[in-house]
Design a protein. Sequence first.
Length: 125
Amino acid sequence: MRRLTKTQRLAQERLQRHAEALGRLDTFDWDVAQIVPEAWATLEQDLDVTEKKMKVTLRLDESVAKFFRAQGPGYQARINHVLGTYAQMKIAEVAVTERKVEALVRARKAGLSEEEQMAAWREAE
C-alpha cells in the first residue's frame, strides 16, 4: 500500500467523518469515485445550461472554497454541477446504503489495505 500524503490522509479522515455524520455516503460507487478526477477538468463543459440561474449566497468551509477556486475559471459552474448531481442522486434515490459506509469505516479502523477496504465496500449490501 502506498503511503498517503498528509493532505490525502486528512481528506480521507474528513470524508469518513462526513460519511459517519450523514449516516451514508451518497455516491455512485467506490469505482466512480476513482475516475472522477480524470473528468474534473471538463466538468463545467459537460454541464447543460438549461435552467435559469438564481443568485444565492453560500457559505462554504474555507478549504472547500479554496479547492474549487484553485480549479480556475468555471469553478462556480463546477460547484453547481456537484450540487446538481447530488440533488439528482437524492431525487433518483441513487445512494449507497448505510451498511456500505459502515463496512468501509470498519475496514479503515481495522487498518486494512486500500484493496481490502474496496472489497469491503463492494461486498456490503
